[in-house]
Design a protein around this ligand. Sequence first.
Ligand code: CU
Length: 276
Amino acid sequence: MNDLRERVFIITPAAIWETEVDVHYGWWLPPNIGGDNAQGVDRLIYVVHFFMAVLFVGWGALFAYCLVRFRDRTGISAAYEEIKAKPSKYAEIGVIVFEVFLLVALSMPIWASVKTKIPTGSDVVTVRCVAEQFAWNFHYAGKDGEFGTTKATLVGTENPLGIDRSDPKAKDDIAVINTLHIPINKPVVIRGTSKDVIHSFFIPVLRAKSDLIPGMTVPIWFEAKKTGTFDIQCAQLCGNNHFKMKGQLFVDSSENFSKWLDEQAASAGGEEEEEE
Ligand SMILES: [Cu+2]
């Protein structure tokens, strides 16, 4: 898996040219394959954009009207007192009330669900994600469902997560780079952190995005409703190869997901034997 790691430290125009853009989303939002949270984010985006358009047209029309109505004309001089008319005040109060509604009634419930209702239980798939310049390391607990110990002193090119294989719980742990496999229709919790700088874990099709911060473990959760291959992007300018910090999300059927886990477990075992 380590051959997947590409470390190019100099940006050349050729490097930028060769970096493929896999999915062309067009001018509209990328497809949304997420659960309730992701749908809620889209609803909010639509509502906010609709009212931004109304405000844009409304204030633009008022501006144009004022340009004509109060243009410089002979015989008419400017009035230097403050405005006495009430309509502009009402319009501003209306905008404030509506913004409070957007924030309290629409944004906060979605945010609360994303940030505080982290699912727990036996059907939850938990994956650790350790971001680094410029790759995503994913850590699966393996068959026993328990993550083995990781140690900073063990971190190296062969072991980017620093998994301590002498820990019995770590024996079946799976480490993959830039590839995240998840099953369809199951809550997935990513426990994310970073080795170096602040990265931002972003899966556009799931409307899931969160900063990953060194020294902190940040939970991110979502549910995918469609199988397929999608982009994982870094949404935080994190260094000179930020633009290449991409991963792939594979949403698998539950059979394919178990099959993939078994394959990974088998190859992890194989690697250990080679080392001995
Ligand atoms: Cu990054």
